[in-house]
Structures are given as C-alpha cells and as structure tokens.
Design a protein around this ligand. Structure first.
Ligand code: A2P
Length: 272
C-alpha cells in the first residue's frame, strides 16, 4: 500500500510499508518527563489475547524502526492503548513521544507473548509483578473478565523510582474498578500494591525486598507465596525479571509457556 502519512503535524513522503496496519492516534497523555500513554484506532481485523505485545513504528523513514510494545488495553476494547517510556536518543521513542492526535502509528500484524492466560494454570491468587512500564501488559490483563473468572484474588504489584511514576497504575486501577464490564469483580478481587524506591511514599522498597522480608504478605493478609495456590506474571527490566524469577523458582514455581502452561510466566518490558 502506498500512502502518505502525517507525523508530528508534518506530512512525510514515506510510503506505508506493506504488511503493517497504519492507525490514527486518538489521545496522548504525558505522566512525567519519562512516561506517556497513547490510544489509537484498532484495525477491525486485528485480534489479540490480553497481555500480548506487538511491534510499533512510525512512518518517518523508508525503513521504519519497530519496537515491541505490550498492548495495555484488553482484548475487548475498540481502541488500542500503549504505555511508553521516553528515551532521549531512543530510535523510536525520541519521535514517538512527540505524537499528537491524528498522527499515524504503524503496527505489525502479528501479536505475540507469554503474559497470557493460556500459559498459566488456574489457581487461587494471581500476582502481577511489574516495575516501570512493565505494568503495561497487566493494564490489559486486569481489564479482562477471564482474569476474575480464573482467580479469586488478583494482586497488581508496581514498583517505580518516584511517586509520580505510579500515577498511571493508580488511574488504571480506579478506572478498572469503575468499568461497566469488570468493575464489580475488580472492586471485590483486585488489589493494587504500589511502592517507590527513590522517593518517599506510603510504601518504600523493591518488590524483591518486600517479598523476602514478608511485608507484602503481612499487608495483604495472605500466606507467603505457594506454588500450589498462587500464580504469577512478571514484567519489568532484565534485572528485575531475573531476581523475581529466582525467588519464585526457589519457592518451587515452574515457568509456563503457550505450549505448556505453568505456575508463572515472564516477559521483558521491551523499550528501555
Ligand atoms: P531501584 O530504584 O532500587 O533501582 P527502572 O526505572 O530503572 O526500570 O526501575 C524501575 C523500578 O524497578 C525501580 O524502582 C528500581 O529500583 C526497581 N528495580 C530495578 N532493578 C530491580 C531488581 N533487580 N529487582 C527488583 N526491583 C528492581
């Protein structure tokens, strides 16, 4: 398909590559100088499972740069939401952070990922461990009715450096509890457990520390992690994934995949 596209208010001369969707930005919200979210149109033929990611790019070059982005909206939503970090010299995010409503965003057609219900066995409690923009796939998972059908309690854990970086999660959880589709279930079953590591807030400390010293279980009023009853999804930096995964494996949790569901699943928050 050959077309011209508007990027950051300017018409580019670059054709839209074949095999990708070209979608329109609907809204953009900046949370901090490091973080923003945007919503865009969803192609009618595009199907995905809550928790999956896609490759996103901009029509600003003959061969656009694509990066993996978790879809932050649930599978039933008519629009697509993404939550992104801004990297000063990031080949994609240095441009993506400047998008405005009406601009074009490119999306490759195939969604993939392991932070999906198909890769997890059923259980009583679902722990969603995230740091930074690693919360994005869980923004999808906590808005999916299947999550509340499969688990009695869903704990969304989010650790960031500063308090302002927790705003997206706070807003998300409030909107989810108010949502006509899953609001009632989320109000009864979803717990938001947030902490900061570099700025004073109501709860301080890395999630790894809060697991190891037992603070999280004490505050939630639940027993410590147990592979018989608990399931987990992890999304964050490489270092965070490694450390949380190690804690789970030492406790006896077995990693799952799409072909062999298990007790926990892992995915990296890609753009950093
Ligand atoms: P810290 O401030 O102690 O490094 P980032 O913005 O660098 O991706 O970090 C997001 C959050 O993840 C920060 O609060 C950071 O804590 C925390 N973090 C970084 N590495 C780990 C790790 N290995 N285990 C747990 N949390 C981590």
């Amino acid at each position: 398909m050959t077309d011209t596209a508007t990027v950051q208010g300017e018409t580019t001369e670059f054709p839209i590559p074949s095999g990708v969707f070209a979608e329109k930005v609907i809204s953009v919200k900046h949370y901090t100088d490091r973080l923003f979210k945007f919503r865009m149109t969803r192609p009618t033929s595009f199907r995905f499972r809550s928790g999956e990611f896609v490759m996103i790019g901009l029509p600003n070059a003959e061969r656009p740069v694509f990066r993996a982005y978790s879809i932050a909206s649930p599978a039933w939503d008519e629009e697509l939401e993404f939550y992104s970090i801004k990297v000063e010299d990031g080949p994609l995010t240095e441009h993506l952070q400047k998008i405005e409503p009406g601009d074009t965003v490119l999306m490759r057609k195939k969604p993939v990922g392991t932070l999906v219900h198909d890769a997890l066995l059923g259980g009583e409690r679902l722990y969603l461990f995230s740091t930074g923009t690693g919360i994005a796939p869980f923004a999808s998972v906590i808005r999916d009715p299947e999550t509340y059908e499969r688990f009695e309690k869903v704990v969304l854990i989010h650790t960031c450096r500063d308090a302002a970086e927790l705003d997206y999660g706070r807003e998300l959880v409030a909107a989810t509890k108010d949502d006509p589709l899953v609001g009632e279930e989320a109000t009864a079953q979803l717990v938001h457990y947030a902490s900061t590591t570099r700025e004073n807030s109501d709860r301080m400390g890395r999630i790894t520390t809060l697991i190891e010293n037992g603070q999280i279980f004490e505050e939630l009023g639940v027993p410590p992690l147990n592979p018989e009853t608990d399931r987990a999804m992890i999304c964050g930096s490489m270092a965070m994934l490694k450390d949380v995964k190690q804690i789970l494996e030492e406790t006896g949790f077995i990693e799952g995949s799409n072909s062999k569901p298990g007790q926990f699943v892992v995915e990296r928050a890609f753009v950093d």
